[in-house]
Design a protein around this ligand. Structure first.
Ligand SMILES: Cc1cc2nc3c(=O)[nH]c(=O)nc-3n(C[C@H](O)[C@H](O)[C@H](O)COP(=O)(O)OP(=O)(O)OC[C@H]3O[C@@H](n4cnc5c(N)ncnc54)[C@H](O)[C@@H]3O)c2cc1C
Length: 206
């Protein structure tokens, strides 16, 4: 019988060995490592088992063709279990991403992950809180200083509407700048806080 030596006991070497053996050759496989499988392997550390290479059962037809050559039927002669999630990726131990068997669920997971990793990353969260706080301080300051206030001449009620018509229905200016009503104060506070926080952020990280 003709003798064939194969260097490397990864998937390629082992598959070649099986084909050659079935063709009637005397096959030996040599590997520099103690364990066969090459990159298709596992290692265990602190109670966790890690794949060192292939995780996906890609191109099942290739596996089926290979096994059928030796009369083995995947799913019958050995068990195949579909996992859901198929794959889980952890980012910095904070957020994770699942690859689901249903692509629609993948899309939803993508949106949630993007939202959390982009908007709820702790540094960004801190800036958002600081921005919100700064905005409310500016809002209170503008409200107390430039926000307009009128007194109704007849009832004495305080309002931010200027009022029209004869003297009795008109309003007298108590404080502030006429066009700076509550909406304007809100707009100014948000804009000031946004520009200020954006400026500080880019000064520090830009
Ligand atoms: C991180 C990762 C993820 C992957 N994910 C997937 C997946 O999800 N699905 C999929 O289908 N494929 C995946 N692959 C690809 C698949 O794992 C490889 O294509 C396949 O395992 C390669 O097999 P191989 O036998 O060609 O090579 P290897 O597995 O590299 O085997 C080579 C062997 O040769 C030995 N060797 C090398 N030099 C010598 C020497 N001088 N003397 C003796 N022995 C020697 C090595 O020790 C090793 O055992 C992945 C690969 C990697 C790295």
């Amino acid at each position: 019988m003709k003798k064939i030596n194969i260097i490397g006991g990864g998937i390629s070497g082992l598959a070649s060995a099986l084909y050659l053996r079935s063709a009637g050759y005397d096959v030996s496989v040599f590997d520099r490592r103690q364990k066969l499988g090459g990159v298709a392997n596992q290692y265990t550390e602190k109670g966790f088992t890690f794949d060192t290479g292939p995780t996906w059962y890609l191109m099942p037809d290739v596996f089926e063709k290979f096994f059928s050559h030796f009369g083995i039927k995947p799913g019958i002669d050995f068990k195949l279990m579909e996992l859901d999630p198929s794959y889980r990726i952890y980012y910095d131990g904070r957020s994770r991403y699942d690859i689901r068997k249903n692509p629609q669920k993948n899309r939803i997971a993508e949106i949630i992950l993007w939202t959390f990793s982009t908007h709820f990353e702790p540094t960004i969260m801190a800036w958002m809180i600081l921005g919100g706080f700064t905005g409310s301080v500016i809002d209170s300051f503008l409200g107390a200083t430039v926000q307009v206030a009128y007194r109704e001449n007849t009832s004495g009620k305080i309002t931010e509407k200027a009022g029209r018509g004869n003297f009795h229905s008109r309003h007298s200016l108590v404080k502030g700048i006429p066009f700076v009503d509550n909406d304007m104060v809100n707009f100014m506070s948000i804009s000031f806080a946004g520009i200020l926080m954006g400026g500080v952020f880019f000064f520090l990280y830009g």
